[in-house]
Design a protein around this ligand. Sequence first.
Ligand SMILES: Cc1cc2nc3c(=O)[nH]c(=O)nc-3n(C[C@H](O)[C@H](O)[C@H](O)COP(=O)(O)OP(=O)(O)OC[C@H]3O[C@@H](n4cnc5c(N)ncnc54)[C@H](O)[C@@H]3O)c2cc1C
Length: 410
Amino acid sequence: MKKKIVVLGTGFSAFSFMKKINRNKYDITVVSPRNHFLFTPLLPSTTVGTIEFRSIIEPIRNLDNIVYHQAYCLNADTENKTVTCKDGDTGKIFSLCYDYLVIAVGEVTNTYNIEGVKDYALFLKELSDARKIRTKVIDCFENASLPELTEEEKRSYLRFVVCGGGPTGVEFAAELHDFLEDDVRKKYRDLVKFTEVVLIEAGETVLATFDKKLSEYTMKVFRRQKISLKINSFISRVTERKIYLKDGSNMNYGVLVWATGNKPTDFIRNSGFVTDKKGRLTVDMFFRLKKDENSIYENIFAAGDCTRLETGELPATAQVAQQQGIFLAKYFNREMNVKDSFKFKNLGMLAYIGGHKALADTPQFKGTGFKTFVFWRSAYLTRLVSFKNKLLVIFDWTKTFLFGRDVSNF
Ligand SMILES: Cc1cc2nc3c(=O)[nH]c(=O)nc-3n(C[C@H](O)[C@H](O)[C@H](O)COP(=O)(O)OP(=O)(O)OC[C@H]3O[C@@H](n4cnc5c(N)ncnc54)[C@H](O)[C@@H]3O)c2cc1C
């Protein structure tokens, strides 16, 4: 009889695992609240319509020989080898048995319990978040176009604040800048002078994980693009219309996008498994979950953002998660007869910073500007997971270049 693997999640690590594993050899059941794989590196581009939402997702049901349940896992019973899951829609609770469990649930955005963030800020993690941002941005322009508004009221609607100067915050600010330059100038001409993009970062620089020269270059480009940079700044409270900073200042805003660090999901927090200081599951170099200091679970594996290797921390990025998922699939395909443990191959980092400029910080070269932008686009194009995605993204880029971004709201 085939052994049963239950996979939790449909992100980078789970999806690459399921693509590479021999699905005729194992019975695979996937549980995830998201019935598609999402190519997050291009998610910021969907928030203003440079790329359309469905161009960067791949339905899980396109993979054959897999049973999928749209639900989230509540807990794992390691004694009885079962997981309990709940469908967020109907509330139905059910259990699944497993021979092997693969945990790849990623992390969620950390609000650091700052008052008002959960209620009023928008996150950028899922496609539904990007859709909310796109709707809200366009709403702000339509609101600011109404008659009898004061200049101050228009400015408030059109102040777009991004909290977090990591790759997600920077790329969102860059996309917003392009939208203002390319589309708002044509479609909301009278409002251009009231728009402002503010990037708030608690550290000393944006893109702190990139080479120092590249992060300095980004700050220079942002200042030239009139993106207001507030570094060493902390948000202390958010209300429906206002942001309060720790230094005592405050500002009205139309949209606040929260792109700060991550924290563990409720499932991981409540799992009782061994975690590090940041709440990440500790795994060995074959992704077997640690039971305690000296022992492992032979049949429970974990990969991606929700984990930390016992030998040291790797960055929480798509390439790490993907390489781990692929390694794990090969490990299963060879029925665990693998001598060499996981080795991470650093492919480097890329980021888009607006105005057809990008950054590349790779082991081979460091680049900036237009040529790197072309490299950035071609690199992501090749990394998209299906031919359909590649075709749709090329089509979207061409459409945006020829006709601009669509500002319809529905
Ligand atoms: C906007 C954005 C841009 C990014 N850009 C880049 C980039 O350019 N380059 C890069 O390397 N990285 C980038 N990243 C980071 C990258 O997306 C993550 O590191 C990667 O997705 C982690 O993969 P994962 O499989 O661990 O988790 P995820 O891809 O986050 O997947 C987690 C999965 O688990 C599911 N899940 C959650 N809870 C449960 C539960 N209780 N039960 C079952 N399923 C559950 C989720 O629905 C999801 O399907 C970006 C991230 C974001 C948000």
